[in-house]
Design a protein around this ligand. Structure first.
Ligand code: AMP
Length: 114
């Protein structure tokens, strides 16, 4: 299965990549919703959180740790930031390739729009 994110990971679509290793790629969101808005994505296509298995536990932990490392590099770690995974249609997921949103660089307000 291919997704727009898989194309970015495979170098077939453009993106501003900030991190890459054998398991994870991170790049700037094309529709930035905060001064820092970076997506942390597993290189292997996992459609969403519902598709995770126990074998993915280390991968998901690594995604969070990589996001925290990128937050430090972007200079927002001390001020604070938000890590978010949308799941399914009511969760607002639009790309069915698991991804962790790293958002920060301004006060983000309450967790959900009221
Ligand atoms: P979600 O709504 O949680 O599935 O998030 C998908 C995110 O992917 C949105 O914030 C989009 O702006 C972002 N996005 C979609 N296509 C691209 C792309 N080609 N490059 C970077 N970000 C993208």
């Amino acid at each position: 299965m291919s997704t727009v994110f898989k194309k970015i990971i495979d170098g077939e679509a453009p993106a501003r990549i900030v991190y890459r290793d054998e398991q994870i790629t991170a790049f700037w969101d094309i529709h930035r919703q905060a001064p820092v808005h970076i997506l942390v994505v597993p290189n292997r296509v996992i459609p969403g959180a519902n598709d995770l298995t126990p074998g993915d536990d280390a991968l998901v932990g690594r995604m969070v740790r990589v996001a925290a490392q990128i937050a430090k590099e972007q200079g927002i770690a001390e001020r604070g930031y938000r890590l978010m995974i949308n799941c399914g249609s009511e969760g607002g997921q639009t790309v069915y390739h698991l991804h962790l949103h790293l958002l920060g660089g301004r006060p983000l307000g309450p967790m959900l729009a009221r």
